[in-house]
Design a protein around this ligand. Structure first.
Ligand code: ZN
Length: 204
């Protein structure tokens, strides 16, 4: 059993972007062949969680099981491995897939008090394309959403005011699905607020 879960390592399956049922056996067999020990859920899958294109999450190892997904820096002993099904050198995460990841990460961050900085793609530890350039390129945004939902980030007064202003005036919709991180969006809100004030003063 890992002494303490301090990290999360993100992977991709490097397969087509398919539902869990279509890839589970394949991943399990390939990990069995590679000699990965069975976890307490009776699977050889080295990751703790799989997330498919429909946003379905399957736990394949108990959190307390040692992983078999990242040997470097003893990550198997102190991290949870999450594998997103697809090849993100080629595809992009689906909206549902990304939402499921944000929800799962948020839950795990809270449960184990994991530092956002300790959530990294596989290639942070090893020379590999995993978890795919399109996924890695989106990671800041994903982690920004985790922060906003899950962690009581202390925002400065001006940030709270800018956000409330933008929501009240419907300048930015869908705060739970932002194209930028929350911090970046708050900056945009502040600019919109300044601009609105500027126009109002001009028209006086
Ligand atoms: Zn990997």
């Amino acid at each position: 059993m890992p002494s303490q879960i301090t990290n999360i390592v993100l992977h991709h399956s490097a397969t087509d972007q398919l539902p869990i049922e279509s890839v589970l056996d394949g991943i399990n067999n390939s990990h069995k062949k590679r000699g990965f020990p069975k976890g307490s859920m009776n699977l050889h899958v080295g990751y703790h969680y799989l997330i498919d294109l429909n946003g379905r999450v399957l736990q394949t190892r108990n959190d307390s099981d040692i992983g078999a997904h990242c040997r470097e820096e003893k990550m198997n002993y102190k991290s949870l491995g999450i594998c997103l099904i697809g090849n993100f050198e080629q595809h992009h995460l689906t909206e549902r897939q990304e939402k499921a990841l944000v929800d799962l990460l948020t839950r795990l961050i809270k449960k184990y008090n994991i530092d956002i900085e300790a959530i990294k793609p596989h290639n942070n530890y090893k020379s590999t394309a995993c978890s795919g350039a399109n996924f890695i390129g989106r990671l800041d945004i994903i982690l920004g959403q985790c922060k906003d939902i899950g962690l009581n980030v202390k925002y400065a007064d001006w940030q709270i005011e800018a956000k409330e202003f933008a929501i009240k005036n419907e300048l930015i919709k869908n705060w739970d699905q932002l194209p930028f991180s929350v911090e970046q969006t708050i900056w945009i809100a502040q600019v919109l607020k300044n601009y609105t004030n500027f126009i109002e003063n001009k028209n006086k």
